[in-house]
Design a protein. Structure first.
Length: 196
């Protein structure tokens, strides 16, 4: 028999706090296991059963989407800060590339979870993040360079894709230091290929 206290609805703020606590538990598992994180492991970390986890997030996709939103929101904030600092264009480029690489170096399993997870909802959030970052970069390029919208958009998407692909390669191979990669990518963007 269900008591009146058990049947009473959970206050919204308590539910939101519980959801955040579950996301914190999921975050700990993702930082340890990367894309191999499972719902069973996350539920065990949170001290609950899988059905309770599903009740809060709907399904695995809902949980992964909530985590991806948390991670990409934080990364976008750091990249936006880097884009808005620095005295010169080259300094801003170095800072922004450096911020991206620093985050994936400090949180490699989170990066792998975002980029290499098979979960469609998480992948959708990563694509959304990439579009938002590219749009932000394009707006800055258009304003700073007085560039046509098409050029600014093409360049911004190209730069974001290049840095993401180079970061993926670097994280997997460790072929150089973060500082070296920042310098090489910045040099490429500032015409080193054309001058070689």
């Amino acid at each position: 028999m269900v008591s009146a206290a058990d049947a009473a609805p959970v206050p919204l703020r308590d539910r939101a706090a519980r959801r955040e606590a579950l996301l914190d538990a999921a975050d700990r598992i993702v930082r340890r296991d990367g894309p191999a994180a499972s719902m069973a492991t996350i539920a065990a970390e949170a001290g609950i059963t899988k059905p309770i986890l599903y009740r809060h997030f709907g399904d695995k996709g809902g949980l992964y989407a909530a985590l991806a939103d948390r991670y990409t929101g934080r990364l976008l904030g750091e990249l936006q800060d880097a884009l808005e600092t620095g005295r010169t264009r080259r300094d801003r480029v170095e800072r922004t590339i450096g911020a991206y690489l620093r985050v994936i170096e400090q949180e490699p399993q989170v990066y792998r979870f975002l980029v290499h997870s098979d979960e469609a909802a998480g992948a959708s959030h990563v694509r959304s993040f990439t579009r938002r970052l590219s749009t932000l970069l394009a707006a800055g390029m258009a304003a700073e360079l007085s560039a046509p919208e098409v050029r600014a958009s093409a360049w911004a998407h190209g730069v974001v894709g290049m840095v993401q692909a180079a970061g993926d390669w670097w994280l997997e191979t460790g072929s150089c230091s973060r500082e070296e990669l920042v310098q090489e990518l910045t040099a490429l963007l500032f015409g080193a290929y054309a001058q070689a």
